[in-house]
Structures are given as structure tokens and as C-alpha cells.
Design a protein around this ligand. Structure first.
Ligand SMILES: Cc1cc2nc3c(=O)[nH]c(=O)nc-3n(C[C@H](O)[C@H](O)[C@H](O)COP(=O)(O)OP(=O)(O)OC[C@H]3O[C@@H](n4cnc5c(N)ncnc54)[C@H](O)[C@@H]3O)c2cc1C
Length: 389
């Protein structure tokens, strides 16, 4: 076990809280400071585009537990890192000394406009509460971006009786879910009255009296208008505070497959980019990834052997819920080719599917459960059992 006495966890959300809990779980009995820039207590984000947005889940259900013996420093941003002094620099305060640091500052919503305008996005609890209120008074909702988040927001809006249009440059979800599953989502979306427009080329947001209410193509022609436009066009890792610190940044904070940044620094969650054996860095900004990386990061920081690391053999797990479809996936995305139906039926939209790995080297394919009860570990096992060609 390590001789570290004070571990600072920068970023107080899914990965940060899980890492603090894992440090204690592994027996670390020194001081832990959990540092977060939001004014709320730590909370989880997946319900924000689903139950919280439609008011089906109480707002307080999102809050995460923080252990009593972890010091919470909320509403304070890390603005710099001085590795020569082992300090995290804080906004408007003294700096915080560490002898072990966890970087878990996550990501923020990517925006289409810059300066002055306030786009509507769903990244924070405040975003979701604001959007819920605005949706109350809206009939026509336009969603820019047909990824997981955009389709979830569209689904929530449609379930509230709104007239919904989704605009994207490519066919929604095909690049992540493959043709079969994305087709299933698009069919269900159409049945819920949602219009999907595929418009190659960029889009911009137009505002009236400060409210985003139309989407324009880059040549200025009108693509869609509504009472509100919600933007769901990806995320940007929160790593500016590390500029100049010497920490390797490549589309995220670069970590190895044990979540190590440097001997006394680890990273976990949406902010990190894992360097693979082929040298490429890959970000996987998903909930279960944040949890597994947090555990691996805690073990690494304490000098324990992480259980397998984050890269090699465990298929990544992901889920989404939209238009009456609960889709849970383990393994490579997008799945390619024809799946094997293990149980259920595609026509009934209650099905367990597996795709063989094609040309992949990690020893797993893809397994998907659509409206089919199955735990994440069991789904991962199926993905592992699917042999490569
Ligand atoms: C609306 C929504 C729905 C989602 N639904 C799903 C889903 O269905 N399935 C799924 O697998 N994943 C889903 N995700 C993704 C999942 O929520 C994220 O992968 C997860 O939140 C990552 O956790 P994190 O702790 O790494 O980062 P974050 O959740 O981004 O937390 C980082 C925290 O650090 C804080 N911070 C940032 N900069 C600083 C700083 N300089 N100093 C101090 N604090 C800082 C941030 O304010 C934030 O509180 C969803 C995400 C969103 C936004």
C-alpha cells in the first residue's frame, strides 16, 4: 500500500465519487479531498435526458452518495496544476497540496455558437431543469444532433406531446449502433411522430430575443424552426486547467491502460483518452466506463494491481433508452454484419443479439439486449464468447 497521505480528486461527479469510494474500499485511510466546480452536490447524469427531463423521476434521485470521511470542496474550480510543487491551483483560493491526484473533470457540452448566445443543451442538472421548464411552454422542439443524447431528448419531448424534429448531418446512430439497431430506433421515432432530417454540411443556431428557435445551414437557409432548439452535438473534455502542466493531452488526458498519467497522477471518466497498444488514444465517454476507470485509477494510485486494467479484455458496456426501446450493448461499436438472434425476436423488439468480431483483436464481439432483461456482466460474457472470424 502507498505512503500517500492526501489524495485530491478533481471533478466531483460519476468518476470522481466512484474513485473516492474505491480508494476507501481498497483501504486508503489518508485524507481525500473531492473538488468540484458545480454548486450542486455530486449527481449522476443519465436520468437528466430521460426521467428527470419528463418529470418522471424526482430531481433528488440523481444525487450521489459521498462518504462521510471524504472532504467535499464544492463550487470551486481547479484552474491550474503545478507538478513541481504538487499543487492544484484553485479559482479565487489558495492552492491545494496533493501527494496523489485523480483527474476526473469530465466533459462539457459542445456548442454550435460562440460568445453571448446561450444554447440549450443537456449536460448539467441545471440544464435539464431549465429545459424541462422551457419545454412546458413549447409545442415545436427542434433537436440538433441525432446521437444518443439527441435521440433521448427527442424521445422525452415526444413523450410530452411535443412536435419534434431532429436534424443531423448523417443518419442518426448508424455510426454507433450499426444499421439494424439504428434502424429500429428510427422506426420507433417515426412511430412517435418524430421527423428526422439528414442535412450534410454544418448547421448553425438562430436566436429570437435570446431564445434559440431555428436551425440554419451554413449558407443561411432555414432548415427547421420551433419554439426551442436543443443542441446535442457531442462533448468536449474539461482539460484546459491542465495546459502548461506537462500532462499529455491528446483529445483528452492521456492515460495508459491502468489509468496512469504520471507516477502520482491518475485519470478516469469522460476527460480521459486511453492510449492503446497501436498508439491511438481513444475516449469512451460512457457511464460504466467512468466507473470501471475510477476503480482502476484508484488501484493504480495506491500501487495495487488493477484487475486487468481498462483496455484489454473487458468489453465496454453502454445503454440508451428512447422511444420505448431500452438498448444495452457490450463490446465493439458499431456492430457490423448480420447478428445471431440468441433469444426473442427483432420484430417484437424484445431480443438478445450477438455479432461476431470482424478483424478485431481484443477477443470479443458485440452483444445487444433490446427490451431484454440482462445484467451488464452477462451481456459482456456473451460478447466475449462470440468468436472472431
Ligand atoms: C444527459 C446525459 C445522459 C447520459 N446518458 C447516458 C446513458 O444513458 N448511458 C451511458 O452509458 N452514459 C450516459 N451519459 C454519459 C455519462 O453520464 C458520463 O459518461 C459520466 O457522467 C462521466 O462521468 P465523469 O465523472 O467522468 O464526468 P462528468 O459527469 O462530466 O463530471 C465531471 C465533473 O467535474 C467538474 N469539473 C469540470 N472541470 C472542473 C474543474 N476545472 N475543477 C473542478 N471541477 C471540474 C464538472 O463540473 C463535473 O461536475 C449521459 C450523459 C449525459 C450528459
Amino acid at each position: 500500500m502507498t505512503a500517500r497521505r492526501h489524495i485530491v480528486v478533481a471533478g466531483a461527479s460519476q468518476a470522481g465519487c466512484a474513485c473516492a469510494a474505491a480508494l476507501r474500499g481498497f483501504g486508503f485511510d489518508g485524507e481525500i479531498t473531492l473538488l468540484g466546480d458545480e454548486s450542486h452536490r455530486p449527481y449522476t447524469r443519465p436520468p437528466l435526458s430521460k426521467g428527470v427531463l419528463v418529470g418522471a423521476e424526482p430531481d433528488h434521485s440523481v444525487f450521489l452518495p459521498v462518504l462521510d470521511d471524504v472532504s467535499m470542496l464544492g463550487g470551486v474550480a481547479a484552474v491550474g496544476l503545478d507538478r513541481s510543487k504538487n499543487v492544484v491551483e484553485l479559482a479565487g483560493r489558495e492552492s491545494l497540496h496533493y501527494d496523489g491526484l485523480v483527474i476526473a473533470t469530465g466533459a462539457r457540452a459542445r456548442r454550435l455558437t460562440h460568445g453571448g448566445h446561450s444554447e440549450l443543451t443537456v449536460r448539467t442538472l441545471d440544464d435539464a431543469l431549465d429545459l424541462r421548464q422551457r419545454m412546458d411552454g413549447a409545442q415545436e422542439v427542434v433537436v440538433a444532433g441525432g446521437g444518443f443524447l439527441g435521440m433521448e431528448v427527442a424521445s422525452s419531448a415526444a413523450s410530452l406531446g411535443k412536435s419534434v424534429t431532429v436534424v443531423d448531418g448523417v443518419s442518426p446512430l448508424a455510426g454507433r449502433l450499426g444499421s439494424l439497431l439504428s434502424g429500429m430506433v428510427l422506426t420507433a421515432a417515426a412511430e412517435h411522430g418524430v421527423r428526422v432530417r439528414v442535412v450534410p454540411g454544418g448547421v448553425t443556431v438562430g436566436f429570437s430575443d435570446g431564445t434559440p428557435d431555428r436551425l440554419l445551414s451554413t449558407d443561411g437557409s432555414l432548415l427547421a424552426e420551433g419554439d426551442i432548439v436543443v443542441t446535442a452535438v457531442g462533448d468536449v473534455p474539461n482539460m484546459e486547467w491542465l495546459h502548461g502542466s506537462g500532462v499529455d493531452l491528446d483529445g483528452g488526458v492521456v492515460v495508459d491502460d491502468e489509468c496512469r498519467v504520471a507516477p502520482d497522477i491518475v485519470g478516469a471518466g469522460d476527460v480521459v483518452s486511453v492510449r492503446r497498444a497501436d498508439g491511438h488514444c481513444v475516449r469512451s465517454p460512457h457511464w460504466s466506463n467512468a466507473l470501471s476507470q475510477a476503480r482502476t485509477a484508484a488501484a493504480t494510485l495506491l500501487g495495487l494491481k488493477p484487475d486487468g486494467g481498462v483496455a484489454a479484455t473487458t468489453p465496454p458496456f453502454f445503454w440508451t433508452e428512447a422511444f420505448g426501446l431500452k438498448i444495452r450493448l457490450a463490446g465493439h461499436l458499431p456492430p457490423v454484419g448480420e447478428p445471431t438472434v440468441i433469444d426473442g425476436s427483432i420484430a417484437d423488439r424484445r431480443v438478445l443479439l450477438a455479432w461476431r468480431a470482424s478483424g478485431q483483436t481484443h477477443g470479443f464481439g458485440t452483444a445487444a439486449a433490446v427490451n431484454y432483461p440482462m445484467s451488464a456482466p452477462k451481456l459482456a460474457k456473451i460478447a466475449q464468447q462470440v468468436l472472431a472470424h
